[in-house]
Design a protein around this ligand. Structure first.
Ligand SMILES: C[S@@+](CC[C@H](N)C(=O)[O-])C[C@H]1O[C@@H](n2cnc3c(N)ncnc32)[C@H](O)[C@@H]1O
Length: 239
């Protein structure tokens, strides 16, 4: 079997895991550099929007697809947090950072579609720039719903569709032409930063994602456009 058809037959998750393993050493640097540090602001916004739920006594959180643990660390500064990811090199980077922060975070290796936890374990389940990478967005949302306690809340942070047409055109030029060139060169990957805009194009936009969340049972679904819709934060509650 030649290399191309071999790759073509691999499941999405196998390719995604290998891709993140390849870029893990440069992931944080590129995240902050290519977004001009705006990604940090987006994660802070997530924490602010989860304020009420984070303030509950005995609340516990799960951050799926936690990668190098930036969001898990921010959550873990407030409540005990489990960070889960299936890419060991990403988790290793995250683990190296934990000692630098006052936070209660445990990192585990696992699949976000088959989390080894009982139903209704967590008050908060977050997923930042991870849902788009799963084999099935809907299956990911169902797993989040299963894991949440009644009264719990999910926060889904993901790239989305800029709302102003002129800005959308400019951003898409940057995202599909310039970012892949810079990202692939700095990370040493021939593929990862090409995959990024392609995967965002395939991902449901603001309203469609809100509908999917309602479809799996979330109530009070709402979203906030961040940086003009470059990203969106969707929140949903479990009754
Ligand atoms: C773009 S990174 C986001 C990391 C982090 N949440 C952040 O905001 O920087 C996507 C992460 O999702 C993880 N991932 C993708 N599919 C997964 C799955 N099925 N189970 C667990 N982790 C997964 C990858 O390994 C990668 O670390």
């Amino acid at each position: 079997m030649d290399r191309e058809s071999d790759t073509g037959s691999e499941s999405k998750s196998v390719r995604v895991r290998a891709m993140f393993a390849e870029i893990a050493p440069r992931y944080d640097f590129l995240n902050h550099a290519l977004s001009l540090n705006i990604d940090r602001r987006w994660r802070r916004f997530v924490i602010r929007r989860l304020g009420d739920t984070l303030a509950r006594p005995d609340a516990v959180a799960l951050d799926l697809c936690c990668g190098t643990a930036d969001l898990a660390i921010a959550l873990g500064a407030r409540v005990p947090t489990l960070g889960l990811d299936f890419c060991r090199p990403m988790l290793a980077r995250g683990s190296d950072k934990l000692s630098r922060y006052a936070c209660s975070v445990m990192l585990v290796e696992g699949d976000a579609l088959k989390v080894p936890a009982l139903d209704e374990t967590f008050d908060i389940v977050t997923i930042a720039f991870g849902l788009r990478n799963l084999e099935s967005v809907e299956a990911g949302l169902r797993e989040i719903y299963r894991l949440l306690k009644s009264g719990g809340r999910t926060a889904v942070l993901e790239f989305s569709r800029p709302v102003i047409p002129v800005f959308r055109g400019l951003f898409n030029y940057y995202f599909t032409r310039i970012l892949p060139l810079l990202g692939n060169t700095v990370s040493g990957s021939g593929f990862a930063y090409q995959y990024l805009p392609e995967s965002v194009q395939d991902f449901p936009h603001q309203e469609a994602l809100a509908d999917l969340m309602r479809g799996v049972g979330f109530s009070n679904v709402r979203y906030y456009n961040l940086s003009g819709g470059v990203a969106a934060l969707h929140l949903g509650d479990k009754n």
